[in-house]
Ligand binder design. Structure first.
Ligand code: AMP
Ligand code: MG
Length: 329
């Protein structure tokens, strides 16, 4: 499996002409199975609070950490959940409903069958997939008070939403601490807070799916925004000349196969941007465009496998790079 690190690209493109900027503190870390870069216009205690918050949330949401709430839930079918896990599960279920199941937090039995969390990737048989598909669906998850319960055999995976939620929570905590400007990059999730002190726009690259250390387009904007990319190139394995990636269609149990190589969602809310980037990738270009036309809370950039760039009106206005096909209302 390859883990390709678009964060490097994203952070290299953060600014043009930083010389006049006032002081920031920054660090890099590995958590939530991805490389994380943090830059905060504040002091070291602001930065260390963000690091601590990421570690705490990772400990709750990880599917592989035997001490996490999600691990306990998946192993025992029940857990007394933290307020963060309850909030994230609630969001995950509502995005699943909103996207008609394209995003589904109960996908874990399928993710495991393909070996995406075990490092032992394999192509499961159709018989195996058929036996697992009935376990997928948010109707198998119930919450009463702070107790979360799963039907027998059902397991959850918040990997499609947890990084966006974490970035959102960290920026909210920074605001409470009085920090006005920051940029957090958790793998394919970038979240900005405020405007840089020198007034220059944030400049964030969208990775070229065929060469993820390069940008295929860049987004320039001022102010707070979450930009989250889902792409088949981010995690995959190859067997007998076929590439199998990590974003699964909950209806078939297989890696999504459509014209898309990546989807980037731009939104005010990081949790929403993360859930919808995964969901729009599952939907494909036409269905995702129709979904956007019915929505008012996000914009999106689609890169197709044949390297065409499609962008919703609001996103197109912020894009530069290649030729863009604009998706209108
Ligand atoms: P992302 O990179 O945010 O699109 O999330 C992809 C990750 O979410 C995968 O590695 C799986 O852990 C999980 N996942 C895969 N397919 C789905 C899906 N259809 N809905 C929700 N989560 C998914
Ligand atoms: Mg996602």
């Amino acid at each position: 499996m390859k883990r390709l690190l678009s964060f490097v690209l994203l952070f290299c493109l953060l600014c043009t002409g930083c010389a006049a900027e006032s002081a920031f503190v920054s660090t890099e870390m590995f958590a939530m199975d991805t490389y994380i870069s943090l830059r905060v216009w504040g002091d070291n205690s602001d930065l260390s609070d963000v690091i601590t918050e990421i570690r705490i949330l990772e400990k709750q949401f990880s599917v592989t950490d035997e001490e996490s709430d999600v691990y306990t839930l998946n192993q025992t079918g029940s857990v007394k959940a933290s307020s963060n896990l309850l909030e994230l599960l609630d969001a995950a279920v509502s995005f699943s409903e909103r996207t008609d199941g394209a995003f589904d937090p109960t996908i874990y039995p399928l993710v495991q069958a393909w070996g995406f969390t075990t490092q032992e990737q394999r192509v499961p048989s159709q018989k195996e997939l058929d036996s697992l598909l009935p376990l997928v669906g948010t109707e198998h998850l119930s919450v009463e008070g702070d107790i979360v319960t799963l039907d027998s055999g059902v397991q959850i995976d918040l990997g499609g939403i947890a990084k966006g939620y974490t970035a959102q929570k960290c920026t909210e905590s920074l605001v409470i601490r009085g920090v006005q400007t920051a940029i957090l990059s958790l793998g394919g999730n970038v979240q900005t807070l405020g405007t840089k002190p020198d007034g220059e726009p944030w400049v964030v690259g969208i990775a070229d799916p065929d060469n993820p250390s390069e940008a295929i387009a860049v987004v320039s904007f001022t102010g707070s925004m979450a930009l989250v990319t889902s792409g088949g190139y981010q995690r995959y394995f190859e067997q007998d000349g076929t590439r199998y990636h990590h974003i699964l269609d909950p209806k078939t149990g297989c890696p999504v196969q459509n014209e898309l190589a990546s989807v980037t969602v731009l939104a005010q809310d990081g949790t929403l941007a993360d859930a919808l980037s995964t969901a729009l990738f599952v939907m494909g270009l036409d269905e995702a465009s129709a979904f956007w036309r019915e929505s008012t809370d996000f914009e999106a950039v689609f890169i197709t496998k044949d390297r065409e760039i499609y962008a919703t009106e609001g996103a197109a206005a912020l894009l530069s790079g290649g030729e863009v096909q604009v998706i209108s209302r």
